[in-house]
Design a protein around this ligand. Structure first.
Ligand SMILES: Nc1ncnc2c1ncn2[C@@H]1O[C@H](COP(=O)(O)OP(=O)(O)OP(=O)(O)O)[C@@H](O)[C@H]1O
Ligand SMILES: [Mg+2]
Length: 364
C-alpha cells in the first residue's frame, strides 16, 4: 500500500500546436484512498493514469509512489496493477491461468499461486469458472477475472481505466458496488478513471475533475456537488445538470423574468460591479408554486416522468431572451405541455454564482 503524488506533472504531445494532454497536474492521493478521475472525452484521464503506470512519459514535473520518485522508473518497478476497459485476457488460458500468470512470470511457487488464485476467486465469486476459457464467460465474469488478475499480484496501487464500460447498465451498477466494497476490504490505494459522473460520485472517496488536461477541482462527492469551484464543475457534476445562465444583475440581486431575485449580501459583494453573472441553480432547488405566491413564469416545453419525480423543462425570460430551465417536481401531478407555470426558488442559499467570463465561483 502506498500514497501517490503527481507534482506539476505534464504530458505534452509534440506537434503543431503541441497538445498538453495533462497540464501541470498536482494531486496527492492518500494511502488506501479510492480516487476517481472524471472528465469529458479527451480531458486527459487515461493519459494521467498511464503516466502513473509508466506507459506514458512525464515531460514536466514528477510522480511519486510511496514517497519514491518513479518519474522515470520502468512500469515493472512501480508495483502497480492496471485493469483496462478491454480486459485483455489471454484467450488460450483458463481463468485460473489468467489470474495467476503474473505470479508465474515472477517464478512464484505453484502452491502459492494456487492459493492466491483461489482466494481471489472466492472474493470475486469466480470459483465455479476457474477451468473455463474467457470466451465461455459473460462480460461481467470476464470483468471479474480482470480484477482477479490485478488482486493476486497484491500491488501497492490499483489503476482502473473505465473497467465497467463494456457492461450493460444493470450490471454496471452492481459491479461498481462490488468494486467499491472490494477496495474497502483490501484497502489498496486505487485510482479509477471514468467519464460517467454518477459512477464517479458513487464510488470515489474523492473525485478529481479534469478538463482539457487541467485539474478543475478535487474534493469529496458532496463538496463537489455543494461547492463546485467553477461553472464547468457545476455543470458537469449532477444529473440532470445544474441550470446555468448568464443573467443581468441589479443592485440587490439577479434579474430573471423581469424580477430581481435577492441574493445574500456576501454574494452581492463578490459580484461587485459586474453587470451580469453566471447564475446556477439545481433542478431540485426549484419548485412549482401557484401564481399568487409569486415567482418566475415558465412555459412548459417537455415533461420527463421518472416515477417519483418529474423533470419539467421550460422557458423563462432572461435578459430579453427565452432560456431553458429544468425543474424537478412531484411526479404525481405534472403540468401539461404548453401550460404556464410559476417557478420558485426553494432557498436563496442554493444559488451558485460564477464569474461570467472566467467561470470561477464568486461566493460561498
Ligand atoms: N499519441 C498522441 N498524440 C497526440 N495527442 C494525443 C495522443 N494520445 C492522446 N492524445 C490527446 O491527448 C488528449 C487526452 O487524451 P486521453 O486519452 O487521456 O483522454 P481521456 O480523458 O482518457 O478521454 P476518453 O474519455 O475519450 O477516454 C486528447 O486530446 C487526445 O487527443
Ligand atoms: Mg480514456
Amino acid at each position: 500500500m502506498a500514497e501517490v503524488a503527481y507534482v506539476s506533472a505534464s504530458r505534452v504531445y509534440q506537434g503543431s500546436p503541441p497538445v498538453r494532454a495533462v497540464d501541470q497536474l498536482d494531486l496527492d492521493i492518500a494511502d488506501g484512498e479510492f480516487l476517481v478521475l472524471v472528465g469529458p472525452s479527451g480531458s486527459g484521464k487515461s493519459t494521467a493514469l498511464r503516466m502513473l503506470a509508466g506507459l506514458e512519459d512525464v515531460d514536466e514535473g514528477r510522480i511519486t509512489i510511496g514517497g519514491a520518485d518513479v518519474t522515470h522508473a520502468p512500469p515493472k518497478n512501480r508495483d502497480i496493477a492496471m485493469v483496462f476497459q478491454s480486459y485483455a485476457l489471454y484467450p488460450h488460458m483458463t481463468v485460473a491461468e489468467n489470474m495467476g500468470f503474473a505470479l508465474k512470470l515472477r517464478k512464484t511457487p505453484k502452491a502459492v499461486i494456487r492459493q492466491k488464485v483461489a482466494e481471489a476467486a472466492r472474493m470475486l465469486d469466480l470459483e465455479k469458472y476457474l477451468d473455463r476459457k474467457p470466451r465461455a464467460l459473460s462480460g461481467g465474469q470476464r470483468q471479474r477475472v480482470a480484477m482477479g488478475r490485478a488482486i493476486v499480484r497484491e500491488p501497492s496501487v490499483f489503476l482502473m481505466d473505465e473497467p465497467l464500460s463494456n457492461l450493460d447498465a444493470k450490471l454496471r451498477v452492481e459491479t461498481r458496488a462490488n468494486i467499491a466494497a472490494l477496495q474497502k476490504r483490501l484497502g489498496t490505494t486505487t485510482i479509477y478513471v471514468t467519464h460517467d459522473q454518477v459512477e464517479a460520485m458513487t464510488m470515489g472517496h474523492r473525485v478529481a475533475v479534469l478538463k482539457d488536461g487541467v485539474l478543475q477541482q478535487c474534493a469529496s462527492p458532496r463538496e463537489l456537488y455543494e461547492n463546485p469551484a467553477n461553472a464547468f464543475v457545476a455543470g458537469f457534476i449532477g444529473s440532470p445538470a445544474m441550470n446555468l445562465k448568464t443573467v443581468p444583475v441589479s443592485g440587490e440581486g439577479a434579474v430573471l423574468d423581469g424580477t430581481t431575485i435577492p441574493l445574500p449580501r456576501e454574494a452581492m459583494a463578490a459580484v461587485g460591479d459586474l453587470k451580469e453573472v453566471t447564475f446556477g441553480v439545481r433542478p431540485e432547488a426549484l419548485s412549482l408554486t401557484s401564481a399568487e405566491s409569486g415567482g418566475l413564469a415558465m412555459t412548459v416545453e417537455l415533461v420527463e416522468e421518472l416515477g417519483a419525480d418529474a423533470l419539467i423543462h421550460g422557458a423563462i425570460e432572461v435578459g430579453g431572451s427565452q432560456e431553458r430551465f429544468v425543474v424537478r417536481a412531484d411526479g404525481r401531478t405534472p403540468p401539461a405541455l404548453g401550460q404556464r407555470v410559476t417557478v420558485a426558488l426553494r432557498d436563496p442559499s442554493e444559488v451558485h454564482l460564477f464569474h461570467p467570463k472566467t467561470g470561477v465561483r464568486l461566493a460561498a
